[in-house]
Design a protein around this ligand. Sequence first.
Ligand code: CO
Length: 138
Amino acid sequence: MGEKVRLRHVAVAVESIDAALPLWKALGLELRHTEDVPSEGVRTAHLAAGGSEVELLEPLTRDTPVGRFLERQGPGLHHIALEVSDLAAALARCADAGLRPLSGDARDGAEGSRVAFFHPRDTGGVLLELVEPAPKPV
Ligand code: CO
């Protein structure tokens, strides 16, 4: 049985979430959640877009991956995130295919999720995130 994978979000790097929000709200997207993720050096804003989201990324400092991204190429499309139900299994499949995540392993993401990133040089030019959501409270 194949695992269910879905497009979880498309992430856009911005200088300022506050400055970027009016555009996305004008497009009809609703702000659902904002959160600082110190492990990634970013503030995030998640906007609902159908069953997926647009994730805005604002660097907490310049010396972070998103800060350096903005320095290098300015604001714009940053990564896409695919949601998997079992990140360890997904990473094992990727390892079998010769694909290793940045930083070697999964780490903590927003809202209690676990995430792993793959470098664009290994994925045809797209920074790719795999996300296993936090277990839903019962
Ligand atoms: Co993301």
